[in-house]
Design a protein around this ligand. Structure first.
Ligand SMILES: [Zn+2]
Length: 415
C-alpha cells in the first residue's frame, strides 16, 4: 500500500481546491478517471461514443462546449500509450468567469495513489470526490469484533475496510438444562469459552503481527465479552499495547466492521490532532525559554535557519496560502522577491523599478508556493516537516501568532 507524503497530500489538496472553484454555466465540465488497468483504446471508444451522444444536446453553446471538451481530452489522450502507473484524471471544460464569459480549462492529474474505477462525468462542476478520498487519513488500523459466538478481524486502510478473518465458536449458550448437571454444564461452557478466546487471541495476534504499519487497534462487540477478552490478556502483549479503544457495536460479523469504523472515527481524528498538538507543544515550550531557546519562527528567520541546515523540525500551517513572487525589471534586469498572500495575489500589480525607474513596470517572472519552497529546503537539509492543521488551539496559534511558519532547531543559535 502506497503511503502519501504530507507534501503530496498538500499538493493534492490545493489542486482539488482549484478544481472545486471552477463552475460551468451548464453541465459542461467533464471529469474523466482512467485507472491504470484501462486500455487507452477503450477510453477512446468511450469518448467517441460520448461525442456522438453529445451532438443531441439542445443548447447550442452547451453542445459546443461539451464537444470541444471531449475533443480536447481525446487529443491529450494521444500522448499516452497506456495509462500512467496510478492512472490519470482529466478535468476539462468551459468554466464561468466574469460576466457572461467562459474560459476553457484543462487539468491532467496523475494521482499519487492508483485510481480504481473508470469514470466519466459531465456536470456543472468537476467531480473531485474520488481524489478527495485520497486525502482522508490513509493510516492503517486493526479492527476486532468479538463475543462468545463470533470473532471478526478486519483492517482499515485509509477509507477502505477489509475483512481478514471470520470465525465462529462452538461455545454453547449460557443457559443449559436445569438440575444437577447445571454446574457441570456451566463449567464446560467456561472451558469452551476460554479455549475460544485463546484461539481468537492467537489468530488476531498472528494477523496483526504481520501488519507492521498498524497505528492502533479498535475492539468492538455487543456484550461485555470484548472487555473481558482484552483485560484477561488473550492477545500478544505487543498487539495488546496497540489497542486504542473499545466500543459497543450491534454486530460482531462483517457488518460490525463498518459500524466499528464509524464509532472509532473520532478517536482517529483525535489521534492525528494529538500528534500535531504534541509537536506544537514542543515548539511552544521552546518559545517561552528565555535562553538557549530552540524555537525559530517567521518567514525570514525560518528560511535562514533552513539554509544554515540547523532546523530539526519544520512546522508549516496547512492554511499558509502564501507565495513568493519573483519580480524583474525588463529594462535594467533589477530583480527582487516578495511574499504575498493568496488573497492579495489577485489584485497585485508590480510597480515601477526602484533602480532605473523605467516607465514600464516590473514583471512577475515566477511564483512559488511557500509550502513548496520551505518543504524543499527542509528536504535538502534533512529536517522533518509537519503540516499542521488549525484543528487544535496549538495549531491555530501557529497560523495566528507565528505567521504559519516555525521551526525547532537542532541546537540553540542566534539567528
Ligand atoms: Zn530597472
Amino acid at each position: 500500500m502506497v503511503e502519501m507524503s504530507q507534501r503530496q497530500k498538500y499538493d493534492l489538496k490545493r489542486k482539488i481546491e482549484e478544481l472545486k472553484s471552477s463552475r460551468g454555466k451548464h453541465t459542461e465540465l467533464i471529469s474523466l478517471y482512467v485507472p491504470p488497468s484501462k486500455q487507452i483504446f477503450d477510453v477512446n471508444s468511450y469518448l467517441k461514443n460520448e461525442f456522438s451522444q453529445s451532438q443531441n444536446i439542445k443548447s447550442k453553446t452547451t453542445r459546443k462546449n461539451v464537444l470541444s471538451a471531449i475533443e480536447s481530452i481525446m487529443s491529450r489522450l494521444k500522448y499516452f500509450k497506456k495509462p500512467p502507473e496510478n492512472g490519470v484524471v482529466f478535468f476539462v471544460g468551459h468554466k464561468s468567469v466574469e460576466g457572461d464569459q467562459t474560459q476553457m480549462v484543462a487539468y491532467v492529474i496523475e494521482p499519487p495513489i492508483p485510481i480504481t474505477t473508470f469514470l466519466y462525468r459531465c456536470d456543472s462542476s468537476f467531480y473531485t470526490e474520488p481524489l478527495e478520498q485520497f486525502l482522508t487519513e490513509r493510516e492503517i488500523y486493526g479492527l476486532v469484533l468479538i463475543d462468545r459466538r463470533e470473532c471478526t478481524v478486519g483492517i482499515l486502510r485509509g477509507a477502505k475496510t477489509e475483512l481478514l478473518k471470520y470465525m465462529t465458536s462452538q461455545v454453547p449458550g449460557k443457559h443449559g438444562r436445569g438440575g444437577q448437571s447445571q454446574r457441570r454444564f456451566e463449567r464446560l461452557t467456561e472451558i469452551a469459552a476460554h479455549e475460544w478466546f485463546v484461539k481468537c487471541g492467537e489468530k488476531i495476534s498472528e494477523i496483526f503481527q504481520s501488519e507492521e504499519e498498524i497505528k492502533g487497534i479498535f475492539v468492538g462487540g455487543s456484550g461485555p465479552t470484548k472487555q473481558y477478552f482484552v483485560e484477561e490478556g488473550y492477545l500478544h502483549y505487543e498487539i495488546q499495547d496497540k489497542i486504542i479503544d473499545i466500543f459497543d457495536t450491534g454486530y460482531t460479523d462483517e457488518f460490525g466492521l463498518k459500524e466499528l469504523v464509524s464509532v472509532a472515527s473520532e478517536s482517529m481524528t483525535d489521534l492525528k490532532i494529538s500528534k500535531e498538538k504534541k509537536v506544537m507543544k514542543r515548539f511552544l515550550k521552546e518559545v517561552t525559554k528565555s535562553e538557549k531557546s530552540l524555537a525559530v519562527y517567521g518567514e525570514s528567520h525560518v528560511k535562514k535557519a533552513l539554509e544554515m541546515g540547523i532546523i530539526d523540525t519544520l512546522l508549516i500551517s496547512e492554511d499558509l496560502r502564501k507565495y513568493r513572487l519573483f519580480l524583474k525589471c525588463q529594462s535594467c534586469n533589477y530583480s527582487e522577491n516578495r511574499i504575498i498572500s493568496e488573497n492579495d495575489l489577485q489584485n497585485f500589480h508590480p510597480q515601477a523599478c526602484p533602480k532605473c525607474n523605467s516607465s514600464t513596470n516590473m514583471e512577475i517572472e515566477d511564483k512559488i508556493d511557500l509550502v513548496d519552497e520551505f518543504s524543499d529546503l527542509a528536504e535538502k537539509t534533512g529536517a522533518k516537516v509537519h503540516l499542521i492543521s488549525r484543528n487544535s488551539e496549538e495549531g491555530d496559534s501557529l497560523y495566528m501568532a507565528f505567521s504559519g511558519l516555525a521551526g525547532i532547531l537542532r541546537y540553540a543559535v542566534d539567528i
